[in-house]
Design a protein around this ligand. Structure first.
Ligand code: AMP
Ligand code: MG
Length: 406
């Protein structure tokens, strides 16, 4: 057996970022920039008002309350016309360009109709300083400034920034297309009546959903039986259409476990059949076939999903250009004893983690911990990392990998 870290290192050595592409902004959420992005203009492009109100010369308002003559009006989207002279004001809306002569805005709430009435005068009730309620040109981004370095993960707000500098496409590392194949002659799909010895294929549906949950394109490669030739053909076909392939089943030591042999063969020098000192998910096959990483995940449903979290998730992150690919464990409090037996392996216990008023995450078991007991995996939102030994006592600290937090 090798350690979890050793196994992750072996896998990650073969998960290189895909070649950068230009993606339309609206398709780039979650991708990482392949180059540094620079602003080729100021944002905002012109000084403008942050309030609805009156553009004024700040010095004119020093002795407020006082009346100013209104000499015009500017809406957002209009060019600034007119000029604010001494004793004058121009009505201005949020986002409208500052007119010449004005250096501040008095917000509407600090004004009222001048005693004489009419539109051509305004009563300024409070004084303002130069720059009040004015957003200067370049106040967010300056022309020529580096907006984001290469390797920035684009979030919705990042995409808003890129749109604000007029970009419509952005050079990024593309999202890999991930194919998912199930292997095992006992598997059937959908609501087919089960014959004796058959079970429903659950791994493929869970893995496809995991891939999509991370924003990647998932391709359903279907089911193949425990047949070396069929597995070989399926993997060979998959590398033609997918960047990464996930299979499940057929990687342990049974008579009909062909996936590991196929990956060793097709993966030439890279094909490996690993025994990782973890529970669940001890067996893992891996190989690079025609340049595409192929993960042979274990068949037990919990093992397949845990293996995805520990090996595929960091692999996919690295392929997407991330530098930090592993989930960081969070130190939590075990609200109940999390017991195990010593077996030389790290146990990844399915737990429910919740954030409490004491500012800590607290965990409890999500249910039975067998690698076939998928329901407890569904109810878990974290994996507690229980080191070799007899477990963790109630009240003790335990490191957990948060899978989702809701
Ligand atoms: P294997 O790794 O092929 O020996 O499979 C280990 C266990 O996982 C067996 O009980 C299989 O029936 C089960 N299994 C394998 N693949 C799937 C799948 N796609 N969905 C549900 N169970 C599976
Ligand atoms: Mg099998």
């Amino acid at each position: 057996m090798i350690s979890l870290q050793e196994a992750q290192t072996i896998v990650l050595a073969h998960c290189q970022p895909l070649l950068p592409v230009e993606l339309a902004l609206d398709d780039a959420n979650g991708c990482l920039t392949a180059v540094a992005i620079f602003a080729d203009g100021d944002v905002p492009p012109f000084a403008n008002s942050s309030m609805d109100g009156f553009a004024v010369r700040a010095a004119d308002t020093a002795k407020a309350p006082l009346e100013l003559k209104v000499v015009g009006s500017i809406a957002a989207g209009e060019p600034a016309t007119g000029k604010v002279g001494k004793g004058q004001a121009i009505r201005i809306m949020t986002g409208a360009p500052m007119p010449n002569g004005a250096d501040a805005v008095v917000m509407l709430e600090d004004t009222s109709v001048a005693p004489g009435g009419g539109d051509d005068a305004v009563l300024i009730k409070t004084s303002v300083e130069t720059g009040t309620a004015v957003r200067p040109a370049g106040g967010d981004l300056k022309n020529g400034e580096m907006v984001f370095p290469a390797g920035t993960e684009l979030t919705p707000a990042h995409l808003g920034v890129l749109a604000s500098i007029g970009m419509t496409e952005v050079p990024v590392y593309p999202r890999p297309t991930v194919g998912v194949l199930s292997t095992g002659r006992e598997l059937v799909d959908g609501d087919t009546q089960l014959e004796p010895g058959q079970i429903h294929d659950s791994n493929r549906h869970a893995l496809l959903a995991l891939v999509r949950q991370y924003g990647l394109t998932a391709i359903d490669l279907g089911l193949v039986g425990d047949d070396e030739a069929a597995v070989t053909e399926a993997v060979k076909a998959a590398v033609g259409t997918c960047d990464v392939i996930l299979t499940s089943g057929g990687v342990s030591v049974g008579d009909h476990d062909h996936v590991k042999g196929v990956l060793e063969k097709l993966g030439a020098g890279t094909g490996r059949s690993l025994q990782v000192a973890i529970r669940p998910a001890k067996p893992l096959a891996f190989g690079v076939v025609s340049g595409k990483p192929v993960f042979g995940l274990p068949g037990n449903p919990v093992s397949a999903l845990v293996s995805f979290e520990l090996f595929v998730f960091p692999g996919l992150r690295q392929i997407m250009g991330h530098e930090f690919v592993h989930r960081k464990p969070v130190r939590a409090i075990a609200d109940e004893a999390l017991t195990r037996t010593a077996d030389g392996r790290l146990h990844l216990m399915r737990v429910v983690a919740g954030y409490r008023d004491d500012g800590r995450f607290h965990v409890r078991s999500a249910g039975p911990q067998g690698s076939h007991q998928l329901k407890a995996m569904a109810e878990a939102n974290a994996l507690a990392m229980i080191p070799d030994g007899d477990g963790v006592e109630a009240g003790a600290d335990v490191d957990v990998l948060l899978l989702s937090y809701r």
